[in-house]
Write a protein of this length. Sequence first.
Length: 164
Amino acid sequence: MSLDELAVASGVSRAALSQIETAKSNPTLGVLWKIAVGLGIPFSELLGESAPTVGVLRRADTQVLRSADGKMESRPVTPTGSSSFLEVYELRLAARSSHQSEAHAAGTKEILVVLSGQLRLHVSEGVFDLGAGDSVSFAADKSHTYENPAPQEARYHNVIVYDR
């Protein structure tokens, strides 16, 4: 795939892709998501090789991604290549902080399970407050924001389901 084709498929400019390819800039999480969508691959494949028939992912071997401000961390909890239709991540969000996520590809859904702390999810349908043990599912092909209104870190499992 050429840079021009990837730019069209991903919505990331050719100039930005060139800067990333030549290691002259570091992409944001949102840009990485767009590139994965443009390539038609699960986001986790950008972080490693495809898994064999039986995939094992050791916590110590995972690559933690951090937002630019360092308040959001995302860690894959399923081996790379486990499925081309879904991915599972552990999200950590610092106390009294928020993280805006750009819209994913059309038809993408997310399921969030609050493991500890609180979650205030902002999506086009409204604002939803959840606590430990609660879950929510929503269309992730629109901009959405994860907010932790509590005075301590919050943890979530995020299941991303691709429409393929």
